[in-house]
Design a protein around this ligand. Sequence first.
Ligand SMILES: *[C@@H]1O[C@H](CO)[C@@H](O)[C@H](O)[C@H]1NC(C)=O
Ligand SMILES: *[C@@H]1O[C@H](CO)[C@@H](O)[C@H](O)[C@H]1NC(C)=O
Ligand SMILES: *[C@@H]1O[C@H](CO)[C@@H](O)[C@H](O)[C@H]1NC(C)=O
Ligand SMILES: *[C@@H]1O[C@H](CO)[C@@H](O)[C@H](O)[C@H]1NC(C)=O
Ligand SMILES: *[C@@H]1O[C@H](CO)[C@@H](O)[C@H](O)[C@H]1NC(C)=O
Ligand SMILES: *[C@@H]1O[C@H](CO)[C@@H](O)[C@H](O)[C@H]1NC(C)=O
Ligand SMILES: *[C@@H]1O[C@H](CO)[C@@H](O)[C@H](O)[C@H]1NC(C)=O
Ligand SMILES: *[C@@H]1O[C@H](CO)[C@@H](O)[C@H](O)[C@H]1NC(C)=O
Ligand SMILES: *[C@@H]1O[C@H](CO)[C@@H](O)[C@H](O)[C@H]1NC(C)=O
Ligand SMILES: *[C@@H]1O[C@H](CO)[C@@H](O)[C@H](O)[C@H]1NC(C)=O
Ligand SMILES: [Zn+2]
Length: 664
Amino acid sequence: MSQLNELCWIFLLLMIPSTPAMYDHYRLPTALEPLHYNLRILTHLESTDQWFEGSVNIDLLARESTKNITLHAAYLKIDENRTTVRSDKDNNCFTDIEVNEVYNFYILHLCQELEKGQLYQLELHFSAKLNDSLSGYYKSSYTDESRKEVHRLAITQFSPTFARQAFPCFDEPSFKSTFNVTLGHHKNYTGLTGMPVLGCEEQFSAMENWGLVVFNEERLPENQGVDLQQQKDKYAETVAHEYAHQWFGNLVTMKWWNDLWLKEGTSTYFAYLALDILQPDLTRGERFIAKDLGTFFGKDSSDTVPAISKDVKDPSQILGQFTEYVYEKGALTVRMLHKLIGKESFFRGIRSFLSKYSLGNVAQGDLWDSLEEAAHLDFNLSRAMDSWTLQGGYPLVTLIRDYKTGGLTLNQTRFYQGQNISKNSPCCLLECLKKEEDLLPWQRGVGILNGLGALLHGQEAKEFKIYMKRLLLPLYNSFPKLAGIALSKPALKDIPFLQFVYSQSCRHHVDDCINQAKLLNTFHRNGSQVELPIDFQKIAYCSFLEEGGEKEFLTIFGLFQNSTNAAQRRIWASALGCTRDFKLFEHHAKTLGEIFKKKELTGLLVSLAENLQSREELEQLSVHLKDLKEYEEPLRKALDLGQINQKWLKDCSSDFSEALRKRI
Ligand SMILES: *[C@@H]1O[C@H](CO)[C@@H](O)[C@H](O)[C@H]1NC(C)=O
Ligand SMILES: *[C@@H]1O[C@H](CO)[C@@H](O)[C@H](O)[C@H]1NC(C)=O
Ligand SMILES: *[C@@H]1O[C@H](CO)[C@@H](O)[C@H](O)[C@H]1NC(C)=O
Ligand SMILES: *[C@@H]1O[C@H](CO)[C@@H](O)[C@H](O)[C@H]1NC(C)=O
Ligand SMILES: *[C@@H]1O[C@H](CO)[C@@H](O)[C@H](O)[C@H]1NC(C)=O
Ligand SMILES: *[C@@H]1O[C@H](CO)[C@@H](O)[C@H](O)[C@H]1NC(C)=O
Ligand SMILES: *[C@@H]1O[C@H](CO)[C@@H](O)[C@H](O)[C@H]1NC(C)=O
Ligand SMILES: *[C@@H]1O[C@H](CO)[C@@H](O)[C@H](O)[C@H]1NC(C)=O
Ligand SMILES: *[C@@H]1O[C@H](CO)[C@@H](O)[C@H](O)[C@H]1NC(C)=O
Ligand SMILES: *[C@@H]1O[C@H](CO)[C@@H](O)[C@H](O)[C@H]1NC(C)=O
Ligand SMILES: [Zn+2]
């Protein structure tokens, strides 16, 4: 019988004589406050059915009188015969147990009321299987490549609502408590928590928990031999981000998940700052901000975009809050504050925020107050900032000049991409871009142009190509030739701009870009001395595939299939999305479905969407992918990403081709 069934069984048996459910609010009652947990976990990794058992002894303070104890538990088998509730004076008992499956409440209805102001101890014993759900307390394994040995491990993922799968607890961010943790395991294994070890015994080792940061192996520097620079940067960002959480999230915690951005936005931004202080020449933080800004203006301009701070109730809504949008807009919001009030005030305010609320809980207003105080502002910071976090979008400020009086009027409205830029802007774009020397405006501008171009037909699509060639030519000529890239040894910080220039130039057949890419490709596949730097492989393979047919497709597909190097496989997978012959996907659908990992498939589909070049292609693609059920969802996401199906693009495409015609 599975754990879930057993829980239901207890639930049914005990519910019959009980009173109807009275409490269905999504938050725990606040009548009881957990002060301290003594948690003991014994893990059976060595047995064939890997499982764990444990006990938790919780010191509770009754803030109000109450006749029940309500806490969280999920997928745990709780042995009700060993449950005890006592105070210094006497033992209590319970009449029945109620389970709320929506909010994972485990409710003990007590024989006697707990009295306001008194301390109580609740003890529960529980067990569960370790499954590979990647949540709660779960199992995993890795293979020692040199010895070909499989090693088992069990690990936790508690955020946001999974601690309740490891032990019964008050699993809400505002119930901060201290813990004594005792981990028991077979002597072949090691137990780790975030605090120094207090003591070990030959059988059961003891540790205390706060801040053990756990990473997937591939994210650690020594495992990043061959990988794209962007990928390495992302891993560095993840490591810095997790350490920033020691302050934002662990030391100071948001009261509830509506304010998730408060820990994710700050940690994301402080990770960027830390990376740039650590290695300023790599400008990683700056580049992440540029990337976030680039996506932000697009994402945040549709009328359906939610506020980053919003009501969330059940576990799935809470999990749904963890979107890139919350991280990115959160980080940008913190950065805006930094720039608004200046470095000195910003750091003074952040320090005072962290020390004032150390080991406590906060709402976003507490951050505004700390910063406002540090900066001695003469305006209401809460009012200004709430408008960024409690609603989606960003403002469009129009400056109106009265030439008669010399006066200026600033008018502010919310910016909507569809309404506000459709008519004139592709043309405020076609002119300005040429003069730009930074990656960000080029990336954003060319992204929008490609999106529009992909909606054009026949002659218009041809005119678009001519226009793009002309637009990109001067930019392309200002960079070294692609085939010599290994020799020109570009600085790490320039790689993203180079990648952008070469990939767009080859896509639009600017000058000799395709030939250069082919040359690079031949060198590589001929096993010549000239190395193909990993950051430029995709561009080279893309041109090879774009120009080629089934033979080329199968060559790259073969390389992909034969490789066990994860980074290399991802490059080949995403290059496969550059093919223009969509029939190939239909022919090889079954194999593709079987051998692609999810990340690889996503890379391929994103590539497909990004490279769509006309409405005909979009139609063909839907025809050839229509039978591939497993492609549907990721492809839809990829198309969203490529902005292909945004309504505003469609509305604007006729004005656009008109403007194009004037310019070629
Ligand atoms: C448990 O007690 C709290 C506080 O007295 C109360 O709000 C809640 O409704 C009770 N829950 C149940 C299921 O009776
Ligand atoms: C709890 O005790 C009852 C009565 O002794 C027994 O029937 C039941 O099996 C016990 N439950 C567990 C989980 O041990
Ligand atoms: C693993 O546990 C989760 C809950 O933690 C449950 O939803 C899932 O069904 C379990 N999976 C297996 C294979 O037992
Ligand atoms: C936690 O463990 C330490 C070391 O064993 C002990 O001194 C302390 O009393 C424990 N705390 C509680 C609240 O049980
Ligand atoms: C513990 O390790 C020893 C030595 O590697 C091995 O012989 C033994 O089978 C292991 N025991 C378990 C339960 O894994
Ligand atoms: C600042 O604005 C908020 C509303 O966003 C308001 O609640 C607060 O009272 C204002 N503070 C002052 C000092 O005016
Ligand atoms: C400012 O915007 C408002 C609302 O959109 C509009 O009514 C008003 O005429 C605008 N003011 C000027 C000077 O354009
Ligand atoms: C932008 O679009 C919105 C929605 O249509 C409109 O209310 C607003 O006035 C527009 N702003 C400008 C400056 O055109
Ligand atoms: C690569 O190898 C092919 C076939 O062996 C040959 O035709 C071609 O000239 C070589 N290209 C280069 C650049 O060495
Ligand atoms: C893949 O590996 C097989 C077996 O080793 C080999 O026959 C085949 O040529 C390889 N394909 C490529 C494209 O390297
Ligand atoms: Zn985080």
